[in-house]
Ligand binder design. Structure first.
Ligand code: CUA
Length: 337
């Protein structure tokens, strides 16, 4: 059955509320912690400005094109001859897009150099592993790094330089609230800088598909006041605190007996493994398993017992330990602050 023009128009317009609702739902997914629209750094501000200018420009162009379409098809059909039509095609179809897109390209490119300016002293080397982040802090003049994992802290108001590498496959380093993303390649170092200007806790995420647990490759990023950051870094440089009570001592024995030190380092002990994350101060971190869980006794125990279920294809095996052993081990790890 043929549908007349009014039917088609009604069915098109009836979808507008549904589409608007869908767009709002999608936008509602852009939470504050991991959103390029929640601007907390100078580089993110440039990207946000670019986004809003592009969005407003696109909406204006959409209104113009659809307005012209509605006008000639509904309100003034047959009023334009071929000469007018050709002028409209050349003006609106060739000249206007060329001018608008060239202007946007030149202006967009002029924003780019800002994120590649040199750092103010602190260098953070991050290596993308499967699926976690090896993090080394090199304050100015340091001869050895402060090693950490799965958490990036940086001082507010200073430009921190990131040197990025990857172990086996390509990853991409991204803290949306602070700036753009940068790919991480095996064997080739990439560099960029970030300047946070608002203290806070944000979320970073690997932005390049890198394997089964790509979606579970996240981290917490914390922008701190410079004095606070210096104190934190100093504390991170310390060796691990010795176990504070019997449960922690039993947990340390489990850690030793199960051979955890073959893969993990706990500075100040005989655990010096380099395969997995450094655990010297894991108890003070804000997430576990690269953003997979929280650093609570329950989550630590669950992580050790069900690593592969929580993070598919992770290199760390699940450990079949008794409930007491798990609890003591979690207690020991939680005490590594
Ligand atoms: Cu690493 Cu995706």
């Amino acid at each position: 059955m043929m549908r007349d023009r009014n039917d088609i128009r009604r069915s098109c317009f009836s979808r507008v509320p549904a589409l608007t609702l869908l767009s709002l739902l999608v936008l509602a997914g852009c939470g504050r912690e991991q959103s390029a629209l929640n601007v907390a750094g100078r580089d993110a501000a440039a990207i946000s400005l670019l986004f809003w200018v592009m969005l407003v420009g696109a909406v204006l162009l959409w209104l113009m094109v659809n307005g012209a379409f509605l006008y000639v098809s509904r309100f003034a059909p047959g009023r334009f001859d071929e000469r007018h039509g050709r002028r409209l095609l050349i003006g609106g179809g060739i000249v206007l897009p060329t001018v608008v897109l060239t202007a946007l390209l030149v202006w967009g490119l002029s924003l780019l150099p800002d994120s590649r300016t040199p750092g103010d002293g602190l260098v953070v080397r991050v290596t993308g592993e499967q699926w976690w982040w090896r993090v080394e802090y090199w304050p100015e003049g340091a001869t050895e790094p402060v090693v950490s994992a799965n958490e990036i802290r940086l001082p507010v108001g200073e430009r921190t330089e990131f040197r990025l590498l990857a172990d086996k496959v390509i990853h991409s380093f991204w803290i949306p609230a602070l700036g753009g993303k940068m790919d991480m390649f095996p064997g080739r170092e990439t560099t960029f800088t970030l300047l946070p200007d608002k203290p806070g806790t944000y979320r970073g995420q690997c932005a390049e598909f890198c394997g089964a647990s790509h979606a579970w490759m996240a981290f917490v990023a914390v922008a701190m006041e410079p004095e606070e950051f210096d104190a934190w870094l100093q504390a991170q440089a310390e060796d691990a605190a010795p176990p504070a009570d019997d449960a922690a001592r039993r947990g340390q024995a489990v850690f030793r007996d199960e051979g955890c030190g073959a893969c993990h380092t706990v500075r100040g002990t005989d655990a010096v493994g380099q395969v997995g994350p450094d655990l010297t101060h894991i108890g003070s971190r804000l997430s576990l398993g690269a953003g997979r869980a929280r650093v609570t006794l329950d989550d630590l125990a669950t992580w050790v017992a069900h690593t592969d279920a929580l993070k598919p294809e992770v290199r760390m095996p699940s450990y079949d330990l008794g409930e007491d052993e798990l609890r003591d081990l979690a207690h020991y790890l939680k005490g590594l602050r």
